[in-house]
Design a protein around this ligand. Structure first.
Ligand code: DHB
Length: 296
């Protein structure tokens, strides 16, 4: 009863492992599948391997995490090898996340991911931690999406930064360029200072805020995207810790729900959320379709 159609990709349940969390190796893809995820998103990959920012690269606050990872990843070739060896053993789709610096790179990486077995491509143009890859590319998103759209025939999802002001015009323009859906939202650019040491906590100085603090922002983005584009696929992500948070995102209009920061409590969170959603629907005699976007 939890099956979802995400722009034509079939998910057994709406829970998608968000990018940047665990989607980095064959072993982890298979483990997340076994633990009940509906889909797994890879860490954002770049054309060449990156080692990321200096440590410390993560700080836990009472309402979420701030990370300054800097897109550490093995590069597109190694990521594709991991995907290729995992896919024949997986019962859920892999969403390949790319962090390109140009339209040329976007097209190359998207087609390599799809050849390796990724079922959809997520375009991350909103990493808060890397100058030439991240938030500065918001205005280039259209060009990137257009070039990927000409190259691959799987769904293209754009990861939306909460720094976008005019959500309706942003998503409408991207949809016209070929985006099939949106993952909303990415982290919010943030900073934490150690007052004893009189200096920033994070090695990268600034970072991206995730977790419960960003959830109401994500809910508002989902709502605005759904109102603007009733037919777009939406993965709502940002601070989902339990089934009620997931239900809230679906009621705002999400097809599926990303989980990232909550996995710091262990992979059992995945089944807790799907079990809770299922019980809620059964008790109320409702389906996911009944609650999706019910908010007027
Ligand atoms: C990275 C961090 C983020 O918070 C994000 O949203 C995307 C990428 C990173 O630095 O790897």
């Amino acid at each position: 009863m939890l099956e979802v159609d995400l722009a034509g990709v079939k998910l057994r349940n709406p829970i998608v492992i968000a990018s940047g969390i665990l989607g980095i190796s064959r072993g982890l893809f298979l483990r997340l599948d076994r633990e009940g995820a509906g889909a797994v998103t890879t860490k954002s990959v770049t054309l060449r391997p990156r080692s990321g920012n200096p440590l410390p690269n993560i700080v836990e606050l009472e309402f979420g995490l701030v990370n300054s990872m800097g897109i550490p990843n093995p590069g597109i070739e190694l990521m594709c090898e991991e995907i290729r060896s995992a896919v024949p053993h997986m019962s859920v789709p892999i969403i390949g996340s790319i962090a390109p610096t140009s339209a040329e790179e976007a097209k190359t990486m998207a087609s390599l991911l799809v050849e390796s077995g990724a079922s959809a491509v997520e375009v991350n143009t909103s990493c808060p931690n890397v100058q030439d890859i991240g938030i500065n590319l918001i205005n280039k998103s259209v060009e990137l999406v257009r070039s990927i759209d000409r190259e691959v025939d799987v769904p293209i999802l754009v990861k939306v930064t909460p720094h976008v002001q005019d959500v309706p015009s942003f998503v409408r323009t991207l949809s016209e360029a070929g985006a099939d859906g949106f993952t909303a939202v990415n982290t919010l650019k943030a900073m934490v200072i150690d007052v004893d040491l009189l200096r920033p906590v994070l090695g990268g100085v600034v970072g991206g805020l995730s977790g419960p603090a960003v959830r109401p922002v994500a809910v508002r983005f989902i709502y605005e995207i759904r109102k603007t584009l009733p037919g777009a696929a939406i993965i709502g992500t940002g601070g989902v810790e339990n089934w009620r948070d997931a239900a809230e995102m679906i009621m705002a209009g999400a097809d599926a729900v990303g989980i990232g920061t909550a996995l710091r409590r262990g992979l059992k969170v995945i089944n807790e959320v799907t079990d809770g959603l299922r019980s809620f629907l059964i008790e109320r005699g409702l389906t996911l379709d009944d609650i999706r976007g019910v908010v007027p």
